[in-house]
Design a protein around this ligand. Structure first.
Ligand code: UDP
Length: 397
């Protein structure tokens, strides 16, 4: 029997997030007799703790940058962007040297680049060490420069396969002939409505009769939380007793406190007693369990939107915007709903329609779970990635 493929997984995620959790569940379900994983990440944190729980080795490389423009200086005016980019670039070079040494010492068969800037560092490390590389593309790149750079990186001979989380994310890489679209997966036993006890209603002192419209995710401008707060005002003019619960916070290192701005927006609309900002939660399931529906009002296309499949797995129907990943996940009006982006009236109308019949709302939730079981089961997704690893290392299973 062949020995397992030694794979180095590179990621810049520390606290989870879409790419971090998707990697975690991939590692949880990979067949360890086929793949022997080691993860390199920049710091210990939520993700490292979870890796320990599934006995996956990891190594910390503090120089591994997430983005070139991640801010490193609190002050220094506009020049801080340039200084940060320089600092991150130098760190990236140091991470590259450390990785090359590590790859040579451990004799990895494959480098698997999970996200962001690690794709560039890992691809060049593969090129220098003669190690095959898989890029996992989890973004839609709006900047021409970044897109061009990443497409050139995908062209490197060391890069054998490019896994894209959706057709929307595949766009610029399609030409390479190396792409495979594999959606993110959700753990159907962990995300199971009958195995999770709700915590949100108890935390907020709400009863079963209160209707909860949830938002889950980072608070960043393009996710459209402002659209949801504007929609909330319209909903509450017609129906009191609806609560809007926001789980998530500003991203780590954010320079703008958008959460505070949105709180102020709710105050300005006179609805702050119906809009609850809960902050970051490590385990989101007890919150999803208490949502009647999830709103994901992204103004720009989501590359995938992991929160869609997490909510749907918990039997919670989603109202998302009709572009990017959600448009590939959701069958509108069957298992969840799509509305036009940047349109609070359309979102409010859909929320009001859905909560007007809670029995029907639950039926949509049941269909949503069924859809996720069929298409986004983490165990099946891991099987598909194993196949791609086999192709990239020329070990066909
Ligand atoms: N998430 C979390 N705690 C929070 C808010 C979000 O763990 O307080 C997780 C959420 O469950 C999901 C991920 O962060 O797994 C967000 O992934 P998605 O693809 O929706 O968005 P991204 O942040 O990658 O754009």
């Amino acid at each position: 029997m062949e020995s397992p493929v030694k794979v180095l997984f590179l990621t810049s995620c520390v606290r989870g997030g879409g790419p971090g959790w998707s990697l975690f569940y991939l590692l949880k379900y990979l067949d360890r007799s086929a793949v022997d994983p080691t993860v390199v990440l920049p710091a210990a944190g939520v993700l490292a703790g979870r890796l320990e729980s599934i006995q996956v080795r990891y190594r910390i490389c503090p120089q591994l940058p997430e983005r070139l423009y991640t801010l490193r200086f609190a002050r220094a005016g506009r020049v801080r962007y340039l200084l940060s980019a320089l600092w991150n670039f130098v760190d990236g070079c140091r991470a590259f040297v450390a990785l090359v040494r590590f790859i040579r010492a451990e004799k990895f068969h494959l480098i698997y680049c999970n996200n962001m800037l690690v794709k560039a560092i890992g691809a060049f490390a593969g090129q220098v060490t003669g190690t095959p590389v898989i890029l996992h593309c989890r973004n839609i790149h709006d900047s021409f420069l970044r897109r061009t750079l990443l497409v050139q990186i995908a062209r490197l001979p060391a890069v054998r396969r490019v896994v894209c989380i959706s057709q929307a994310a595949e766009g610029p890489y399609r030409f390479s002939g190396k792409t495979t679209v594999v959606p993110n997966g959700v753990d159907l036993s962990e995300y199971h409505p009958e195995r999770v006890t709700g915590r949100l209603r108890a935390e907020l002192g709400l009863g079963e009769e209160d209707i909860i419209v949830g938002y889950l995710g980072r608070i960043v401008p393009w996710k459209g939380l402002d659209v949801l707060i504007d929609a909330a005002r319209i909903v509450l003019q017609q129906r009191r007793g609806v609560q809007f619960c926001i789980v998530g916070e500003n991203p780590v290192g954010a320079t703008r406190d958008l959460g505070a701005e949105y709180r102020q927006r709710a105050v300005g609309h006179g609805i702050s007693d119906h809009v609850h900002f809960l902050g970051f939660r490590e385990d989101v399931r007890p919150y999803l369990r208490d949502f009647n529906l999830l709103a994901l009002p992204s103004k720009e296309p989501e590359p995938f939107g992991r929160v869609n499949i997490e909510a749907m797995a918990m039997g919670v129907p989603v109202i998302a915007t009709a572009h990017g990943g959600p448009a590939e996940i959701i069958e509108d009006g069957v298992d969840s709903f799509l509305v036009p982006p940047k349109d609070p009236e359309a979102l409010a109308r859909k929320i009001l329609w859905l909560i007007s019949d809670l029995e029907a709302c639950r039926a949509f939730g049941a269909r949503a779970r069924k859809k996720v079981c069929e298409r986004f089961d983490a165990a099946k997704v891991a099987g598909r990635i194993e196949g791609v690893i086999g192709e990239a290392t020329e070990r066909r299973r």
